[in-house]
Design a protein around this ligand. Structure first.
Ligand SMILES: [Zn+2]
Length: 71
């Protein structure tokens, strides 16, 4: 893992998952963003919810799914 001297600030970002034949976009995902290099990191809790959401949407028949993180 790489650390620069920037400050990690609370932010929201759009998280995109490319499953090959399917594309999932999760909007407004809470994250920490470095004010210097722009690196984004997610808390374990957020990563767990992203995984859960992706697993649910894998079953959906839509090619592109766009959902809000809080939904
Ligand atoms: Zn940085």
């Amino acid at each position: 893992m790489f650390f620069c001297k920037g400050t990690m600030k609370n932010a929201v970002s759009n998280y995109m998952v490319d499953l090959g034949n399917r594309f999932i976009i999760i909007k407004d995902v809470p994250c920490h963003k470095c004010d210097q290099c722009g690196e984004i990191s997610y808390s374990g809790e957020v990563v767990a919810k992203i995984e859960e959401t992706v697993n649910k949407l894998k079953e959906a028949s839509t090619k592109v799914a766009i959902i809000n993180f809080a939904a």
